[in-house]
Design a binder for this molecule. Structure first.
Ligand SMILES: Cc1ncc(COP(=O)(O)O)c(C=O)c1O
Length: 415
């Protein structure tokens, strides 16, 4: 009989492999957990950390899933996904001018798993992956799990958070293997236009790099911004590009876990082989749900949602512009995030605490004003916080008022 005071499962005699030990929990998840803990205690926290549009899953997806269950469509599917879905995704991607065949599409458990497969398939130990900063928190860890290193390229001051082809080119070394693009971008909401994107892609062509193009937010573009698919920029681009996307953000289906990667045939085949030995295939029911979403005519509903988010985006930008010490950086015309530079509040104090970083700003904002935002350090944007404006309009308005009041309360004297 054990005399240990801790439960046996709390004690580990298992040594973690280096690749597991080096992966920290995500900063986004930590802040989200802190906000949720406060909510559980009854605190009225407004959570602006969310990575998903606050809309319900589109109805045809729900119905298709119920039909799939009723029809006992509950077995393994082919490793690359059901044929109808691969065909519909190839067509769906074609609306941006790409020319993928169904056989080049692999259905995965969310875009995140597609990215994991893409890195696993392309990256050798010691390879470098170039990425314009700021970038999404998961990329460095996905790169590291594959043995590679993410090499961020910082935008110049005043560039609107966009990097140039010359900056990318200067960062290429003989170990560079992949250019990773994410457009529209998380966390900045910045959208590169066709000319800017083509210039970045030309660097990959000139240096014979593969491109992983994460286009998960392709539906969410506002104002004059338009989504441009990297693989539609010509055959030279298409032949080296893995296009990653999914239903998560467009159809409000984050929990259904359906994404995809479309790629040159040998790459799609390699990814299918990896998936066949790991996940087997994504959920059969969720694949049917995705098929339901993609085959229904949702033009009006999706446009209504897009306009609603655009409205929230404009409200947020306008309100933040009136708050001294906070500057929205770049022109956030995509996704549902923006980055606010909070360095103008450094040195100010509240409740005996001095703001010295975006982390302290975010912590104080949560504890003193009950608004949760994500500090930008893990996005390579150390002076910024990421604000997700997808929450319903009334809550968003309340959050923006709280942020303004919070900043107004900051003082130089500990007040
Ligand atoms: C840039 C980016 N790529 C990929 C993903 C993952 O998408 P999914 O939920 O389909 O795995 C996210 C989700 O937050 C994201 O922001």
């Amino acid at each position: 009989m054990s005399t240990a005071t801790s439960a046996p499962e709390a004690i580990s005699r298992v040594r973690l492999a280096m690749r597991a030990a080096q992966v920290p929990p995500s900063a986004t998840a930590a802040l989200d957990a802190q906000a949720k803990a406060l909510i559980t205690q009854g605190v009225d926290v407004i959570n602006l950390t969310s990575g998903e549009p606050a809309f319900p899953t589109v109805e045809p997806a729900v119905q298709a899933a119920l039909d799939a269950i009723a029809a006992d469509f509950t077995r393994y599917t082919p490793a690359a996904g059901i044929q109808e879905l691969r065909s519909v995704v190839a067509e769906f991607l074609g609306r941006h001018g790409t020319e993928y065949e169904p056989g080049q599409v692999v259905i995965t458990a969310g875009a995140k798993q597609a990215l994991h497969y893409a890195f696993t398939t392309l990256v050798e130990s010691g390879d470098e992956i170039l990425i314009p900063a700021p970038y999404w928190v998961s990329y460095p860890h996905l790169a590291a799990l594959a043995g590679g290193t993410l090499v961020p390229v910082q935008p110049a001051q005043g560039s609107g958070l966009k990097v140039t082809a010359d900056q990318l080119r200067a960062a290429v070394t003989d170990r560079t293997r992949v250019l990773l693009l994410n457009n529209p971008a998380n966390p900045s909401g910045v959208v590169y236009d066709r000319t800017e994107l083509a210039a970045l892609v030309q660097v990959a062509i000139d240096h014979d790099l593969a491109i992983i193009s994460d286009e998960i937010c392709d539906h969410w573009v506002f104002g004059d911004a338009a989504h441009v698919s990297v693989a539609a920029l010509g055959p030279e681009a298409a032949q080296r590009t893995l296009t990653v996307g999914g239903v998560s953000k467009t159809f409000a289906m984050t929990g259904w876990r359906i994404g995809w990667v479309a790629a040159p045939t040998p790459v799609a085949q390699a990814i299918t082989a990896i998936q066949s030995h790991t996940a087997s295939a994504p959920s059969s029911i969720s694949q049917k749900a995705a098929l339901g979403a993609l085959t229904a005519d949702l033009t009006i509903e999706l446009e209504r949602r897009r306009l609603e988010l655009d409205d929230r985006r404009r409200t947020t930008i306008k309100a933040l512009a009136d708050i001294p010490g906070i500057d929205v950086d770049g022109d956030p015309t995509g996704a549902f995030f923006l980055l606010a530079d909070v360095s103008g509040t450094y040195g100010l104090t509240l409740a005996g605490e001095t703001i010295t970083s975006a982390e302290v700003f975010a912590e104080l904002l949560l504890t003193e004003a009950n608004v949760a935002v994500v500090p930008g350090a893990d996005f390579a944007a150390p002076n910024h916080v990421r604000i997700s404006y997808t929450v319903p309009s009334a809550r968003l308005a309340e959050a923006l008022t709280r942020i303004a009041d919070f900043v107004a309360r900051l003082g130089r004297d500990g007040g």
